[in-house]
Design a protein around this ligand. Structure first.
Ligand SMILES: Nc1ncnc2c1ncn2[C@@H]1O[C@H](COP(=O)(O)OP(=O)(O)OP(=O)(O)O)[C@@H](O)[C@H]1O
Length: 293
């Protein structure tokens, strides 16, 4: 009989994460479950591990890490019947917050043990060179992607979310704000930065797109119209106050498919660097199941 659950663990962030994983494992074993654990050895490894597990008929493959690990596991499960589980051990854990998953590893393990699933509709980004990238929460182009591209991994491990604040301050005076053309199914838009999102939240529990829902099809496209350091500072200050969606110069459109174009504009997907524009965005060929509370 195939294993019912594989936990794909990203050990890159050190000892504290391992302790949280062990707490979750204790709970699952106490309930008589025998999950297997596989550590990732490199970027992208979680996709291979998840793909092999799905091919072997593993019922639930759990991403134990942050949003990047979740996206990698989801990419490996795409098109299969295996469900995606989440143990939130990352820095921002946006998808976990979006789905209402508990932060405590023991409580999150209880959710996994219950095994209730819902449909998730990931997005698929297609690049000019034919490369495809699956994302579960968002794809950003412009300023926030520049922050992600230049973020120091050791600093992120050391001070967590503070690393984003630090890198934002470094990017503010130097990011060139090249214009972005967003070709939505309803028309063409211009913006300085764009975040294409499946969910409501951003950078943790901050509100970005109030009407979005990862269980539904389609995307909310957040357009940041104003370019420049001052505008980016205003947007950054509004985010933790929950005011971003109502800011002057911020507009939200809905789209089933879209294309983002721009000269040397960086992109990020689910918090990891994701190449440069142009990129075409649409739904993944098949929705997937995700374990939810
Ligand atoms: N063994 C490894 N060594 C180095 N990098 C790895 C390893 N395993 C995974 N990674 C990479 O680390 C990146 C970040 O990991 P992850 O998303 O789990 O945590 P995070 O970035 O702290 O969390 P969040 O995305 O929620 O902020 C992933 O995109 C993944 O590609």
């Amino acid at each position: 009989m195939p294993t019912r659950m594989l936990i794909v663990f990203n050990p890159a962030a050190g000892a504290r994460r391992r302790r949280r994983l062990l707490a979750a494992l204790d709970l699952l074993r106490g309930l008589g479950m025998r999950p297997e654990v596989a550590d990732t050895a490199r970027r992208g490894h979680a996709t291979d591990l998840a793909h092999e597990a799905a091919a072997a008929g593993v019922r639930v493959v759990v991403a134990a890490g942050g949003d990047g690990t979740i996206a990698e596991v989801a990419a490996g499960l795409a098109g299969s019947d295996s469900a995606l589980g989440v143990l939130p051990l990352g820095t921002a854990n946006v998808l976990a917050l979006e789905l209402g998953l508990p932060r405590s590893p023991v409580r999150a393990a209880e959710v996994l043990a219950m095994g209730r699933t819902a449909l998730l509709h990931p997005g698929l980004a297609r690049y000019a060179d034919g490369r495809e990238l699956l994302f579960v929460q968002m794809l950003g182009a412009g300023f926030d992607a520049a922050v992600v591209h230049n973020l120091s991994a050791p600093l992120k491990r050391g001070i967590g979310k503070g690393a984003y604040v630090w890198q934002t301050l470094r990017e503010l005076p130097r990011y060139p704000f090249a214009p972005i053309r967003a070709v939505l199914d309803g028309g063409v838009e211009e913006a300085a930065s764009v975040i294409v999102t499946k969910g409501r939240l951003y950078a943790g529990r901050f509100l970005l797109a109030p009407g979005a829902d990862p269980h539904e099809q389609g995307f909310h496209v957040v357009l940041f119209r104003e370019a420049g350091t001052l505008a980016a500072m205003r947007y950054g200050a509004a985010l933790p106050l929950g005011l971003l969606p109502r800011m002057r110069g911020v507009e939200i459109r809905r789209a089933a498919e879209l294309r983002l174009e721009g000269e040397e504009v960086p992109a990020q997907a689910d918090g990891d660097a994701a190449g440069v524009l142009p990129v075409a965005i649409g739904p993944a060929p098949k929705p997937m199941r995700i374990v939810v509370p």
